[in-house]
Design a protein around this ligand. Structure first.
Ligand SMILES: Cc1cc2nc3c(=O)[nH]c(=O)nc-3n(C[C@H](O)[C@H](O)[C@H](O)COP(=O)(O)O)c2cc1C
Length: 207
């Protein structure tokens, strides 16, 4: 597949066939994700592949429990519907053949310490959170690799409402933390790219 075609046809996929994702395919996606740019080439990422049903269920249960704690009991049908949609948004990874838990760690450069000493502001904020941005670059590369290989995927941070619980289940320890989950599998239906703003609305020229 051409890169442009992979970029244009990628869309978040949340329903999958039951087909397993071979470990070699997941390793290849991760190899490509590891090619992404990162601040000072820090590569602040680790990709933990979860395929066991019991672990996926335990993770989804932890997220459901957290949502119950955070949100009041739905009082009417409309709220009930929205609650269910939110719950699905945060837990559908349970039904994905493969889940990639992406671990990340903070990056601190000499420059950051100097900025904070001299300017008394968060260097990370000033620099646009370069470690988070690096993680994003690798996840987008993972999504494109999955698309290129005929898989569907979805980047997920909703489940991170239960981040400590998920980290405990996944054995992620300081200085690492969970940055996102990516659900991967063969799409259950044909993938329809999501509408985006036309280029005229997002392209500006200062000539
Ligand atoms: C940082 C980030 C977090 C996201 N978290 C979730 C999530 O928790 N659950 C979910 O279903 N989709 C999640 N998404 C997918 C977005 O909903 C999706 O990218 C957006 O609706 C645009 O659709 P597209 O990916 O098909 O272009 C996330 C996307 C990003 C970039």
């Amino acid at each position: 597949m051409e890169l442009k075609q992979a970029i244009a046809s990628r869309a978040s996929v949340r329903e999958f066939t039951g087909d397993e994702v071979p470990i070699e395919d997941l390793r290849e996606m991760v190899r490509l994700a590891g090619r992404a740019p990162s601040v000072n080439n820090a590569q602040p990422w680790r990709f933990i592949v979860v395929q066991k049903r019991a672990l996926k269920t335990a993770m989804a249960d932890a997220v459901r429990l957290k949502l119950q704690e955070l949100l009041p009991e739905p009082g009417c049908d409309e709220q009930e519907g929205r609650y269910k949609a939110l719950c699905t948004y945060c837990t559908f990874f349970e039904h994905a053949p493969a889940v990639v838990a992406v671990g990340t760690r903070n990056y601190e450069a000499m420059l950051d310490k100097a900025v904070e000493r001299a300017m008394h502001i968060s260097s990370h904020e000033l620099r646009g959170h370069p470690d988070e941005a690096s993680l994003g670059a690798s996840i987008q590369t993972l999504l494109l690799a999955a698309t290129d290989m005929g898989y569907g995927a979805c980047w997920m941070t909703g489940p991170l409402v239960a981040r400590p619980e998920l980290e405990a289940l996944l054995g992620i320890e300081h200085p690492w933390r969970l940055g996102a989950l990516v659900s991967i599998g063969r799409p259950a239906a044909q993938v329809q790219p999501t509408d985006k703003l036309p280029v005229e609305q997002i392209f500006e020229l200062r000539a």
